[in-house]
Design a binder for this molecule. Structure first.
Ligand code: AHG
Ligand code: MN
Ligand code: MN
Length: 332
């Protein structure tokens, strides 16, 4: 597909190529595209509209402060899903439990969606890049019934499509339906996502490491010695590396995938399972990473092969350029 390919055309093209495609995934992805545009437009008003900035005054089930924009994005995506009939249920970081849509048309939907409506929400009030992460699975319960927990607790190897949006210096949607990773930059003047990054590949190696190093005293000895290695002076291997940490995983991941780098949110003595959520943060990014030639691990296991047990379970997360992740593993 050539210049001026839109996200819509790309989705149609990738689905038409499949013999048994019913068009449902195409509709579902276009629904995500629409909700992303709505959320993007609201994010761009942050600072102008009082309803967007600041805290909601309540916490989510994980005890984190909910921002107004977390809540707004959550509602916009869920409303968009319910208005269509391809999805029987959704699980979100901002909802205590999964939502099984009651509508008959939704019960006939064959997909579930897992979503982090706004990633990096501590950055909202300071005009720093934030994002949305989503993944789509085929339900395992019978079509026509209500979605159940087991529809959401599937291994990452079962992901049908995953992607993210970065609301940054420009807005980009990065998507994979299992045929590589492609980026579409939003042109606000026409309201269209255009293909801007065709077939993105993680560079084999890179010079960036991304970690909240304030947690250093709480890291394992292996992670500590890897971080010391990153900072050692060795011209032959291009060290010290460059440290870059935005605090929006989706933005840190995006930069590292384009430039070459490694992102880590390992376990700490205070949080043995790390901070990031396996289902709607780690697994979709792991799917994209692998589709782009990168590696995603919890230190021991391939993220996509971890069997989930809970909706909001956390997981240590290391993702990035293959040579860099393999190097880190030598220290563990
Ligand atoms: P969320 O805003 O969805 O709760 O996710 C925040 C996550 C992730 O985006 C980021 O990389 C990480 O939290 C930052 O955590 P620290 O502030 O502990 O570094
Ligand atoms: Mn998040
Ligand atoms: Mn979030």
């Amino acid at each position: 597909m050539g210049k001026f390919t839109t996200l819509g055309e790309h989705i149609l093209h990738s689905q038409y190529a499949k013999a048994n495609s019913t068009g449902e995934l195409t509709h579902l992805l276009s629904c995500i595209r629409l909700a992303a545009k709505v959320v993007n437009s609201e994010i761009n008003k942050a600072g102008l509209v009082d309803e967007i900035m600041g805290k909601m005054g309540k916490t989510n089930i994980q005890g984190e402060d909910q921002q107004k924009l977390d809540d707004y994005a959550n509602r916009k995506f869920i409303d968009a899903f319910e208005a269509r009939s391809q999805i029987c249920g959704v699980a979100s970081e901002e909802e205590d439990s999964y939502i099984a849509f009651e509508k008959e048309s939704c019960r006939n939907g064959k997909y579930v969606v897992l979503i982090d409506p706004l990633d990096g929400s501590s950055n909202i009030d300071v005009n720093v890049s934030i994002g949305t992460i989503f993944s789509i699975y085929r339900r395992v319960t019978p079509i026509g019934s209500k979605a159940e927990l087991k529809d959401f607790l599937q291994k990452g190897t079962e992901i049908v499509a995953a992607g993210y949006v970065v609301y940054g210096s420009s807005t980009i949607m990065v998507l994979s339906v299992g045929q590589g990773v492609h980026g579409f930059t939003f042109d606000p003047s026409v309201g269209v996502f255009y293909l801007s990054h065709d077939n993105i590949q993680f560079p084999k190696s890179g010079s960036i490491y991304s970690v909240n190093e304030g947690n250093y005293p709480f890291f394992s000895d292996g992670i500590k010695s890897y971080l010391r290695y990153c900072k050692e002076h060795d011209d032959a291997s291009g060290r010290p590396l460059t440290s870059r940490y935005i605090g929006s995983m989706v933005s840190d991941f995006h930069r590292n995938m384009i430039k070459g780098g490694i992102y880590l949110y390992p376990s700490t003595t205070l949080a043995p399972q790390g901070k990031l959520r396996l289902l709607y943060e780690c697994k979709p990014m792991a799917f994209l990473a692998e589709q782009a030639g990168g590696i995603a691990t919890d230190g021991q296991n391939r993220i996509l092969e971890i069997e989930p047990t809970e909706l909001h379970q956390r997981c240590p997360f290391i993702v990035g350029s293959p040579d860099m992740v393999n190097k880190l593993k030598e220290f563990l």
